[in-house]
Design a protein around this ligand. Structure first.
Ligand SMILES: NC(=O)C1=CN([C@@H]2O[C@H](COP(=O)(O)OP(=O)(O)OC[C@H]3O[C@@H](n4cnc5c(N)ncnc54)[C@H](OP(=O)(O)O)[C@@H]3O)[C@@H](O)[C@H]2O)C=CC1
Ligand SMILES: O=C(O)C1=N[C@H](C(=O)O)C[C@H](O)C1
Length: 244
């Protein structure tokens, strides 16, 4: 497959390495610096786009690709207020769009475990649920997309929880009401991504945690999603790829 890398930073480079190992070709490596080169690509130069850029640029990038009828696998976080418009465009153009806040298989198992645990906790209101995510200091968005997906999983299972509240050290803490899940975002060194969901009572704590050791798991999942997406039409996510 000819893969266009839209966003060629930490993730773009890791995806390139895995795509080449799996026998694919790189149709282009587009960054903020060489964005104009995108217009030089012919429609047939690209089989699929893998988009890992920035919260500010993702929606424009996806729009451009869908309008050119290129299937898009997007991993960029922090832009989802524009998701309804992207999905409408994908339907209008009969295109293919795949999104996941986290492409690692381990995290997607963790998402399922999170929902099962939340379902168990439904009858134990003395346990207070909260989350912590830790990432490298270059991360632009907070909370992480993964933490938001985890919070959505808990809200789906615990009827009393209807929103999440994001708190970061060094910022005025926001109040967390009974109807909210606090997400604490910490930025430390080069941490690839650590997520903890905890249920705290007066007498004990139940905790589940996912620790990424590197970016390899995210990148491999994105390449597998791209292989899966080519030839399909519609809007997809990891549950479509992984099945039951
Ligand atoms: N879903 C998942 O599994 C994962 C998602 N992510 C998300 O992916 C995104 C990228 O992460 P990461 O690679 O670590 O970030 P980096 O900052 O390392 O890379 C982002 C790259 O995008 C480039 N860029 C900026 N604007 C544009 C534009 N308009 N078009 C194309 N490229 C552009 C930047 O260029 P320049 O440096 O010149 O500004 C930079 O090279 C983040 O939103 C992150 O949260 C990360 C890991 C896993
Ligand atoms: O910015 C990152 O690095 C990561 N971003 C994603 C997120 O916001 O959840 C996924 C992963 O945790 C790494």
């Amino acid at each position: 497959m000819n893969i266009l890398l839209l966003g060629y930073g930490k993730m773009g480079k890791t995806i390139e390495q895995i795509a080449l190992e799996r026998g694919h070709q790189i149709a282009g490596r587009i960054d903020a610096d060489n964005y104009a080169d995108l217009a030089n690509l012919e429609p047939d130069d690209v089989d699929v786009v893998i988009e890992f850029s920035s919260p500010e640029s993702a929606a424009e990038n996806i729009t451009y690709c869908l309008e050119r009828n290129w299937p898009v696998v997007c991993g960029t976080t922090g832009w989802l207020n524009r998701r309804p418009a992207i999905e409408a465009l994908c339907e209008r153009t009969k295109g293919a769009f795949f999104y996941a806040s986290n492409y690692s298989i381990g995290v997607n198992l963790f998402f399922r475990l999170n929902k099962v645990l939340a379902q168990f906790m439904r009858n134990y209101p003395s346990y207070h649920v909260s989350m912590t995510e830790i990432h490298h200091t270059e991360k632009k968005d907070a909370p992480s997309g993964t933490a938001i997906t985890l919070a959505e999983g808990v809200m789906e299972q615990l009827p009393g929880k209807q929103r999440w509240v994001s708190n970061e050290p060094g910022k005025e803490p926001l109040p967390v009401g009974e109807d909210a899940i606090e997400i604490e975002s910490l930025r430390e060194g080069t941490v690839p991504g650590t997520h903890t969901v905890r249920y705290e009572s007066d007498v004990d704590r139940i905790e589940i945690k996912h620790v990424a050791h590197s970016r390899q798991g995210f990148a491999l999942g994105a390449v597998i999603a791209a292989e899966w997406l080519v030839g399909r039409e519609g809007i997809f996510g990891m549950d479509d790829l992984l099945g039951n």
